[in-house]
Design a protein around this ligand. Structure first.
Ligand SMILES: Nc1ncnc2c1ncn2[C@@H]1O[C@H](COP(=O)(O)OP(=O)(O)OP(=O)(O)O)[C@@H](O)[C@H]1O
Ligand SMILES: [Mg+2]
Length: 430
């Protein structure tokens, strides 16, 4: 049923009168809920603070992780110098145009370039507006503003059908069965959600044997099976019902892990699932089983990043080389997959050294994870992640580094050194 059918005309004159009270609300009627983004608002005035609180309570914000602080742009810069930046920063400032640009410059130095910024100012000045837009500010609203203005600005960035897709998709696949790809995928999904406080969805595509439900100590659900077999029902509301909450910012679309049927899929079977996932959260981590068929190839061709996990032996090396060659043809305009060497240094096992493994591939691994039967075994058997089981272990630090690299945050450190002006121009741009 279309939203139009629920329109005021159908509800009769009594409701029409009620709805006409705050005029701004009418503008919200047809607005779709915001996806799983994080928003942090910095308010200078009491009035804006109260407005943000009203926005936070709105049903369209139910999935949003929303923080409200009193403070200026400089307070935001101070805070983000030592904490992750959200998807959207809402700022209020009464500063003059000159001071405004200076303060935004300070914020830009500490801000993730993918964060978007909406500014509420006092200067009704078209020149200033143009300069702000040129420098990557997503929206400039002149005070006084209402709920419809704020939510509308957020929706135009994250809900608009013409907006860029919200989420990045990162697929993890092993070069050989049992190389540890799922373990790496789960720990990275947890790391991304935890370290950057970014809403993350982990999708387990190993329908018969997936282990994400065990690794996160979740009751088995049919999440992924229902999603892939009912693409016509797949919308944000249906997806919400299929997701299991693993931690503050991490949700799981779990595999059924049952053998009551065969799981054969066509070329594009996972396309609708991938589309809805990337519209719903800033990061989607896909745990892809070790297989090379129509749907795995098509999925690997369509994601933003591919991460291959290999163990340092000859079969893994042969498979890794073949996968790199094939993926180059499938993704001619993308950068190479990331390579992770896992289970390195297993006692008594003859291994190919990382150097000899990587030379023929002409690629540096983004991580070399040591073999640690005790730590990985303890984590797997207790339904916890490595950083929860032993936060001080080398493996925990390595998973943190991988989380930075696959989300582009390691490269960001270099950008920060590149100069303030460039960074300001990146602010708010994808
Ligand atoms: N660095 C490591 N040290 C010790 N054990 C590890 C390490 N990495 C993974 N493991 C263990 O190896 C086993 C296989 O891991 P996992 O299931 O993640 O592999 P996979 O590549 O996803 O396998 P599949 O081919 O079934 O998808 C698990 O028991 C896991 O705990
Ligand atoms: Mg696996």
């Amino acid at each position: 049923m279309s939203t139009v059918e629920y329109g005021i005309e159908k509800l009769g004159p009594q409701v029409e009168a009620d709805l006409s009270e705050p005029p701004a609300t009418n503008d919200l009627d047809h607005m779709r809920p915001l996806p799983r983004i994080s928003i942090h608002a910095f308010c200078e005035s009491e009035e804006t603070m109260r407005l943000m609180e009203r926005c936070e309570a709105d049903r369209r914000m139910a999935k949003v992780s929303f923080r409200i602080n009193s403070g200026s742009i400089l307070a935001a810069a101070n805070m983000f110098a030592s904490s992750p930046t959200p998807n959207l920063i809402i700022l209020e400032s009464a500063a003059s145009p000159d001071r405004l640009m200076g303060e935004l410059m300070e914020l830009a130095q500490v801000c993730d370039p993918s964060s978007r910024v909406v500014l509420i100012g006092r200067n009704n000045d078209i020149g200033l507006y143009r300069e702000l837009m040129r420098n990557g500010i997503s929206e400039y609203l002149v005070a006084p503003v209402g709920m419809a203005d704020v939510l509308g600005a957020a929706a135009s960035i994250f809900v608009d059908p013409d907006a860029e897709p919200l989420g990045r998709s990162i697929a993890f696949i092993g070069a050989k069965g049992g190389s540890g790809s799922s373990t790496v995928a789960h720990n990275c999904a947890f790391g991304i959600s935890h370290l950057f406080e970014t809403e993350t969805i982990l999708a387990d595509l190993d329908l018969p044997f997936g282990t994400a439900n065990i690794d996160f100590d979740q009751d088995p659900t049919q999440g992924m099976a229902e999603a892939v077999y009912a693409p016509e029902r797949l919308d944000e509301v249906f997806l919400d019902r299929l997701l299991a909450k693993c931690s503050d910012h991490l949700s799981l679309l779990a595999a059924p892990s049952m053998l009551d049927r065969a799981f054969d899929f066509g070329h594009d079977a996972f396309r609708p699932v991938l589309d809805i996932l990337t519209q719903s959260a800033p990061v989607t981590v896909l745990d892809v089983p070790h297989a090379w068929n129509e749907w795995t190839r098509s999925l690997l061709a369509s994601v933003d990043e591919v991460v291959i996990t290999s163990v340092p032996d000859l079969a893994n090396l042969r498979n890794t080389k073949n996968m790199f060659d094939s993926l180059r043809k499938l993704r001619p305009n993308d950068k190479q997959p990331h390579l992770i060497l896992n289970q390195v240094g297993m006692p008594k096992r003859p291994e190919i050294t990382p150097g000899d493994f990587c030379d023929p591939l002409e690629i540096e691994p983004i991580a070399i994870i040591p073999f640690d039967a005790q730590l990985f075994g303890a984590a797997a058997n207790s339904g916890r992640m490595i950083s929860e089981t032993d936060p001080k272990s080398p493996a925990a630090e390595i998973f943190s580094q991988i989380s930075h690299i696959v989300t582009g945050r390691a490269a960001l450190k270099k950008q920060k050194r590149a100069g303030l002006e460039k960074v300001l121009s990146l602010l708010g741009r994808k």
